[in-house]
Design a binder for this molecule. Structure first.
Ligand SMILES: [Zn+2]
Length: 245
């Protein structure tokens, strides 16, 4: 490739150069300019322009092919892996990690017309994620306890599952995932109290590592009245049938 000096840079050349810039670099530049964090469990949909996700898919496919090449897998002769690079790229970007690349689900909030003020529990909601350390699956269940007040917004029961799916659809750390979900539900519904318990199997413990098939990680977040009121907290914890996992 011929190197050109800056003086040779006509607008045409500039456009050509722009063409060669990987789309991931453009997206990263926008994020940096906006001083926006882009950790594995952050959503970056607002910085991706229409059509760019498909370009990102091409880019990740090429890189994934490089990984297979470096793993000395003959993807040309091996009919099983011929299309693996694209399959994995698609799985990451459009399926298991879609929660990074697409905007959050549309949720309609309604005023609490019935003045509900009793503990409400939603769950178990099945959640699927992957750990950001190994990209190994994390599969589990969550329970959400909401203590509404008269100003709390009400959202449909299925919407809790949609919000959970969006947050979990990123390379996650269980402790951070439940906090992200709590922040989101808090922001949408403004309850007096919010409690979330998550129990999950981490495949990086069973498939690799210590190869312990039965260990599960349980964690919780308690907000508002759930923090202050031990009786309420006990009531919530006694009502979730965790052994069913
Ligand atoms: Zn892991």
């Amino acid at each position: 490739m011929l190197m050109k000096s800056d003086a040779d840079m006509t607008p045409d050349n500039a456009a050509e150069q722009e063409e060669g810039v990987p789309v991931s670099v453009k997206i990263r530049e926008r994020l940096r300019e906006a001083r926006q964090r882009f950790h594995s469990n952050d959503n970056i949909a607002a910085f991706i322009e229409p059509g760019e996700l498909d370009k990102l898919l091409e880019e990740v496919t090429d890189k994934m092919q490089g990984v297979l090449d470096s793993m000395v897998i003959d993807t040309e002769s091996d009919h099983n892996t011929g299309d693996t690079a694209r399959r994995v790229a698609k799985m990451y970007l459009k399926e298991v990690f879609a929660g990074r690349y697409v905007k959050g689900p549309a949720i309609t909030e309604f005023p609490n017309a019935e003045h509900l003020n009793e503990l409400m529990i939603v769950g178990p909601i099945t959640v699927r994620s992957a750990c950001s350390h190994h990209f190994c699956p994390v599969i589990g269940k969550i329970w959400i306890g909401v203590m509404p007040n008269e100003h709390t917004n009400v959202i449909g029961l299925s919407k809790y599952a949609r919000l959970a799916e969006w947050v979990m659809g990123r390379p996650q750390i269980q402790e951070e995932a439940v906090v992200q979900l709590a922040d989101l539900i808090q922001e949408k519904t403004q309850p007096d109290g919010l409690a979330i318990v998550m129990e999950a199997s981490h495949y990086c413990m069973s498939w690799r590592g210590v190869k312990d098939m039965d260990s599960k990680m349980i964690n919780s977040v308690m907000r508002g009245v759930f923090l202050k009121d031990a009786t309420l907290r006990r009531e919530f914890l006694s009502l979730i049938p965790r052994q069913s996992v």
